[in-house]
Write a protein that binds this ligand. Structure first.
Ligand code: MN
Length: 164
């Protein structure tokens, strides 16, 4: 079972996002849920920030200058210290193949902008419950559909993508 408190345990969450308004929104949402957010606006500093901050979860924009979100996900997955940290990707341009590419790169979850506050919070909770070990397992699984299905929590509760 998930820990008591329905995912409200304090978690350190690194946000990689170049848009100031989104940073404010994400930080406010996460702080309201009792988490400790830290934001990086320059994706070139994201790996070093993650090493220093040791986040329980990374939320990354995909459309980033210098190092794209996709590249960043791959860099994290190739980094021994970050390989098993859950990653949630956030993107404004949800073309059809994007989600597959993002999940194939190693992100466990994907939320499109403008974000639904409820979906954002649910996804954060879900990834924190799944945690680092399962994230590492998921990383070795080819099918991206297994990323969420591995979670021992409530499986059908709103975590599904609505593509229609
Ligand atoms: Mn951006």
């Amino acid at each position: 079972m998930p820990r008591a408190g329905e995912g409200n345990k304090l978690a350190k969450i690194l946000i990689v996002e170049d848009n100031a308004l989104n940073i404010k929104l994400f930080c406010d949402l996460l702080a309201a849920h009792g988490h400790e957010p830290q934001a990086v606006t320059d994706s070139r500093q994201a790996i070093e920030a993650a090493h220093n901050f040791a986040p329980d979860l990374v939320i990354t924009d995909i459309q980033l200058p210098h190092v794209t979100g996709l590249d960043l996900i791959q860099l994290m997955r190739a980094d021994r210290r970050l390989a098993d940290v859950p990653i949630m990707a956030v993107t404004a341009y949800a073309a059809r193949g994007d989600e597959e590419r993002i999940r194939a790169a190693g992100a466990q979850a994907y939320v499109s902008k403008p974000i639904s506050v409820m979906r954002f919070a649910e996804t954060v909770d879900q990834l924190l419950k799944t945690g680092r070990q399962d994230a590492a397992e998921v990383d070795q699984v080819e099918s991206p559909a297994n990323a969420v299905a591995e979670s021992p929590g409530p499986s059908e509760a709103g975590g599904e993508e609505t593509s229609s």
